[in-house]
Design a protein around this ligand. Structure first.
Ligand SMILES: [Zn+2]
Length: 117
């Protein structure tokens, strides 16, 4: 195999490059972490998942501002449509859960080591 960074020929199943700082771990496709599942679960109350992942400002905004607004609109729509408007909340919940899955986890992220010199 070849190093995907510098092209150095490496033994098959090499875990790291001998010429640069490439490692197999770094280029693996990102698997869903345990914290992703937990964040999605917490998003049953939208915003909690974001707070769990370390995005406190965004989580508080979703929890205290965006979700009450979405619920208020859904209730208004429900009144106008004999209850069906409440279904508007389902795609909203889905979007919140999808977003919390997609954003970076600030809690388990390695600190930036580039500023130490
Ligand atoms: Zn390399």
């Amino acid at each position: 195999m070849q190093c995907p960074f510098c092209g150095t020929t490496l033994p098959a199943n090499a875990q790291a490059c001998t010429n640069c700082d490439w490692t197999l771990e770094a280029t693996k496709p990102a698997e869903p972490k345990a914290s992703d599942a937990m964040a999605i679960l917490l998003s049953i109350i939208p915003g909690l998942g974001h707070i769990y992942k370390g995005h406190r400002v965004m989580g508080a905004l979703i929890l205290l501002l965006i979700t009450p607004t979405a619920i208020a609109f859904a209730i208004l729509a429900a009144i106008a449509s004999a209850g069906w408007g409440i279904l508007m909340l389902i795609p909203y919940w889905g979007a919140v859960m999808l977003h919390v899955w997609a954003i970076d986890d600030r809690v388990t992220q390695k600190p930036d080591e580039g500023e130490q010199y």
